[in-house]
Design a protein. Structure first.
Length: 290
């Protein structure tokens, strides 16, 4: 090998090694989570109706302090007025409930609090941490499909228009097209991760979201006029039956037109409390010059 070629290869090798030292590594991970929802059917931020979720993600460590992450997750959330405190008699009389399956795609930017390295470092000058707290923020796109149970039957809520949407007589701010099952979120939160060795890392994490949607629970504003409730199937007016469910408790209907059914001031939120594990691949290896 000529001396000139050796020189070129040495320069390339040094550049690649320097890039490798910057800890650009790929992690593939999964997590399991406890999920919950905050909104009109859980106004007190109770954790009594938590459900489960899971997800897959890919993390690219740009250096020891920063990373980017993309992932897909599923959350099952649910809430019911029946399970609210007895000190909230009106909400219990409202008698509404829902469940929803949420699929979300997200991209996140992470910052490590400590100078973290997979497996840690025993350098005498600058020691890298095997563990670090971290925080993140990003953007997400999610789809939700909310439903309830009526007389033992699963009923999808969006097509029904329980507040007067999705019908020919929709008036005011309501639309005949109803609401979209797609929405944007801003996920943010933090966690702690610990490197078990050069390949495996475990993490615990809290992720919440700012959303721009108040229809996850199908409760948004006020009870509609009866003329706007006309989703009829098999002889049953489902929109009327599911708009005001107080008669199912054996009491007089509480849902007269214009009365508050939910609050439009705050959007719904859903959260993950997760534990996860990742496997790391070193993306670049230093070549050897003969």
């Amino acid at each position: 090998m000529s001396q000139q070629l050796k020189t070129y290869l040495s320069i390339i090798s040094i550049c690649l090694c320097a890039f490798n030292v910057s800890a650009q590594k790929s992690e593939y991970g999964l997590f399991l989570a406890s999920t919950n929802y905050f909104g009109d059917l859980n106004p007190n931020y109770s954790f009594k109706q938590n459900r489960i979720g899971e997800g897959l993600f890919y993390r690219l460590n740009l250096n020891n302090r920063m990373a980017v992450r993309v992932g897909v997750s599923h959350a099952w959330v649910a809430a019911s007025d029946e399970k609210l405190s007895q000190h909230q008699p009106y909400l219990q009389a409202r008698n509404l409930s829902f469940q929803s399956n949420i699929i979300e795609l997200s991209g996140l930017y992470e910052i490590n609090f400590f100078d973290w390295e997979q497996g840690g470092s025993k350098q005498t000058i600058i020691k890298k941490k095997k563990w670090t707290p971290y925080m993140f923020v990003g953007i997400g796109f999610y789809h939700f499909s909310s439903y309830t149970t009526y007389k033992g039957q699963k009923v999808n809520l969006e097509p029904i228009g329980t507040e007067g949407q999705k019908n020919p007589n929709a008036i005011g701010e309501k639309t005949q097209s109803g609401y979209s099952p797609f929405a944007i979120s801003i996920p943010f939160g933090g966690g702690i991760k610990y490197s078990l060795n050069k390949n495996w890392t475990v993490q615990v994490e809290l992720m919440t979201r700012k959303t721009f949607n108040d229809n996850l629970d199908d409760v948004h504003a006020v009870y509609p006029d009866a003329s706007e409730l006309n989703y009829i199937k098999d002889g049953v007016n489902f929109s009327e039956a599911l708009s005001d469910r107080s008669p199912e408790l054996g009491i007089a209907p509480i849902g007269y037109p214009g009365k508050q059914r939910g609050s439009s001031k705050d959007n719904d939120r859903f959260n993950f409390y997760s534990i996860g594990i990742t496997y790391t691949f070193n993306t670049i290896k230093c070549p050897t010059i003969q």
